[in-house]
Design a protein around this ligand. Structure first.
Ligand code: PLP
Length: 431
C-alpha cells in the first residue's frame, strides 16, 4: 500500500538492521509485540517524549514502551539515581536497604498492600500472585477475563486471544484449570462463580483491560467481582501492571475497590526490568520461609539499582504529576472524540486517566469481543492507522494503544490530535 511504501522510503536502515537481526533471532526480534509489517523501526535513543530512530527520524512517543516510561525517556532524576547506585555495586546475594524503601513506598501508596515482594517483570508479578492464591486457598482453578493479557506464563496465556485460538506450548492440563469470562458482564461472572466458586484460587482482573484495548470497567463490575470472591472465600487479584499510573494507589484507589493481591510492573523499577506483587499480609505470608513454604527467588529480585530507579520514579510520580497526565489524557480523549465524530468511518477512542486506545467500530466497546484490537486481520484499519500516524511522526502501539507521559504538555496533545485527524483520512474504510 501507499502507507507501506512511504514507511519503507523513510526507514532503509531499520530494514537493514531487521534483516541482520533475523539471521540470529527468530522473527528478527526478541519481543513479539514490537513487530509490525513489513519490519519494525529500530530506535537508537530517546529523551523526554522524543524517540530518535536508526533512520535519523524523530518520533513523538505516545506509546512509552506500553506505558512503562511514564516519566518519558531518560528522566534526569532517575538517570542520576540509577547511575549513582550502580556505580557502588549491584547484585550481592544479600538484601539492600533500597528494596525496603521501595516496598514501604508501595505500601504507603496502595490501600490494599500490606506486604510486597519484587521480581523482574509483570509476568513474574502475576505468576507469583496466582501462585500465592493457589497456596493460600488450596484451590487449583483460576478465573480470568477473556482476552486479558497478564504476561507470558502458562496459566495466564489461556484465553489471551479471546477467540479460542490454540496455544501450542501450553500443557493441556493447564488449560483445564483455567476458565474465562467476558469483561463487564456481571451475569456471566455470577454464573461462573456458581459453577466454579468452590474450586477457585482467584479471579485475576486488569481493572481496565489494557492490552485488549484500554477498556474501562462498567459501573459496579469490580464491586461485583469483590463481593463474589469474598462470598466464595477466594481471592481477588488486580493486575495493576498498566493501571497503577491512574492514581497514587492505582485503579483500586480510582475505583474504590480493594483486592486481596495486586501485581505491579512497568514503571515500578524506574525503567529497569521489574515487577512486584503484594497484598494482604496473611496471604503474602506464604512466601515467608518461616511461616510459609512457597518458593520465591531470583538472581535479580530487588536488585538495588532497579529499586533506586523505582524510588526516584515514584518520587516524581506524585499526586500532582498524576493529576496533570490524567487531565492531559482527558483533554486528548475529548478532542479525539470530536475528531472521531466527524470522521467518515466508524471510529472511537476508549480509556481513562492517561491512557487510551482507538477502535474502528461504532459498537460500544465493553470487552475483548467488542474491542477491535487484536481481531482484525493484518492490514486492517487499526494497523493502517498505526502506520499512517507513524509516517506522520507519532508513535503509538500497532494495536492502537496510546498514553501520556509527564514531559508532555498541550503542544504534544495538539500534535497528536492533528496527526490523528490527518491519519484517519489515510485509512481505508473497514471491510
Ligand atoms: N499485565 C499487564 C496488564 C500488562 O500490560 C503486561 C505487559 O504488557 C504484563 C502483565 C506483563 O508484564 P511484562 O511484559 O513485564 O512481563
Amino acid at each position: 500500500s501507499d502507507l507501506t511504501e512511504e514507511y519503507e522510503r523513510r526507514t532503509p536502515e531499520s530494514r537493514r538492521l531487521f534483516e541482520e537481526a533475523g539471521a540470529v533471532m527468530p522473527g528478527g526480534d526478541t519481543r513479539e509485540v514490537t513487530y509490525f509489517d513489513p519490519y519494525p523501526t529500530f530506535v537508537e535513543e530517546a529523551s523526554g517524549c522524543t524517540l530518535t530512530t536508526a533512520d535519523g527520524e524523530e518520533l513523538l512517543d505516545f506509546l512509552n514502551n506500553y506505558t512503562q516510561a511514564v516519566l518519558g525517556h531518560a528522566p534526569p532524576a532517575v538517570v542520576e539515581a540509577v547511575t549513582e547506585r550502580f556505580a557502588r555495586g549491584n547484585g550481592f546475594a544479600a538484601p539492600t536497604r533500597e528494596a525496603t524503601d521501595l516496598a514501604e513506598r508501595i505500601v504507603e501508596r496502595t490501600p490494599s498492600v500490606e506486604s510486597v515482594r519484587f521480581a523482574n517483570s509483570g509476568t513474574e508479578a502475576t505468576m507469583n500472585a496466582v501462585r500465592a492464591a493457589i497456596a493460600h486457598t488450596g484451590n487449583d482453578h483460576v478465573l480470568k477475563l477473556d482476552g486479558a493479557f497478564h504476561g507470558t506464563h502458562d496459566t495466564v496465556l489461556v484465553g489471551v486471544t479471546g477467540d479460542g485460538r490454540e496455544n501450542p506450548g501450553i500443557p493441556r492440563n493447564v488449560e483445564e484449570r483455567v476458565s474465562t469470562v467476558p469483561f463487564n458482564d456481571a451475569d456471566a461472572l455470577v454464573e461462573a462463580f456458581e459453577r466454579l466458586g468452590d474450586d477457585l484460587a482467584c479471579f485475576i482482573v486488569d481493572p481496565i483491560m489494557g492490552n485488549a484495548g484500554v477498556i474501562p470497567p462498567r459501573h459496579d463490575y469490580l464491586e461485583t467481582a469483590r463481593d463474589l470472591t469474598e462470598d466464595a472465600d477466594t481471592l481477588l487479584v488486580f493486575d495493576e501492571v498498566m493501571t497503577y499510573r491512574l492514581a497514587e494507589g492505582g485503579a483500586q484507589e480510582r475505583y474504590g475497590v480493594t483486592p486481596d493481591l495486586t501485581a505491579f510492573g512497568k514503571f515500578i523499577g524506574g525503567g529497569l526490568p521489574c515487577g512486584a506483587f503484594g497484598g494482604r499480609e496473611d496471604v503474602m505470608a506464604v512466601f515467608d520461609p518461616v511461616r510459609g513454604s512457597v518458593t520465591h527467588s531470583g538472581t535479580f529480585n530487588g536488585n538495588p539499582t532497579t529499586m533506586a530507579g523505582g524510588l526516584a520514579t515514584l518520587d516524581a510520580l506524585d499526586a500532582d504529576a498524576i493529576d496533570r497526565i490524567n487531565d492531559l489524557g482527558a483533554t486528548a480523549r475529548d478532542r479525539l472524540d470530536e475528531v472521531c465524530a466527524d470522521a467518515d468511518l466508524p471510529v472511537q477512542v476508549t480509556g481513562d486517566g492517561s491512557f487510551f486506545n482507538v477502535h474502528f467500530t461504532d459498537e460500544e466497546v465493553v470487552d475483548a469481543a467488542t474491542s477491535t484490537t487484536g481481531h482484525e486481520s493484518s492490514g486492517g484499519p487499526t494497523e493502517q492507522f498505526f502506520l499512517a500516524l507513524r509516517n506522520r511522526g507519532v508513535f503509538v502501539a500497532r494495536r492502537g494503544l496510546m498514553n501520556v507521559s509527564t514531559p508532555m504538555g498541550d503542544a504534544e496533545i495538539d500534535a497528536l490530535v492533528d496527526a490523528f485527524e490527518a491519519a484517519l483520512s489515510d485509512v481505508a474504510p473497514a471491510v
